[in-house]
Design a protein. Structure first.
Length: 132
């Protein structure tokens, strides 16, 4: 069984997501991943050295700009990468919440003109997330 909720914060490009997993039998811990789909021509995702966040800048769509996607974890995580997806893997304990933030930014919003601006934005909130 899974219970979840999403908190949308005014002025933030990252939404806080909480999921709680309960299961009968088996181990008290399971591995879970949070991921981003990669697009052809989008390049490699950026990961924090400690696995606390990942950021991905999609290829520009002519006339429509580019979109950056991100995940910021509140628990220890390990980066995983496949040809089609980027993941952060973490341990989920029975009945305990898995909390993280995920969101996106658009180059035409004026806030994130390029990949560097998006990565900078994503890397900054990590300390604030863990203090909640």
């Amino acid at each position: 069984m899974r219970h979840s909720g999403i908190l949308l914060e005014t002025g933030s490009n990252l939404n806080r997501i909480e999921a709680r997993f309960d299961w009968e039998g088996g181990p008290d811990e399971l591995q879970a991943v949070v991921g981003i789909v990669k697009r052809a021509g989008g390049g490699a995702p950026d990961y924090a050295k400690d696995g606390s966040w990942m950021a991905y800048w999609e290829p520009e769509q002519p006339g429509n700009g580019a979109v950056g996607c991100a995940v910021v974890m509140t628990s220890p995580a390990r980066p995983m990468d496949t040809k089609e997806q980027a993941f952060l893997q973490t341990t989920v304990k029975r009945g305990q919440p898995l909390s993280y933030c995920a969101g996106a930014g658009w180059s035409k919003s004026g806030d994130f003109l390029d990949k560097a601006a998006w990565v900078r934005y994503v890397s900054e909130p990590h300390a604030k997330l863990n203090s909640r």
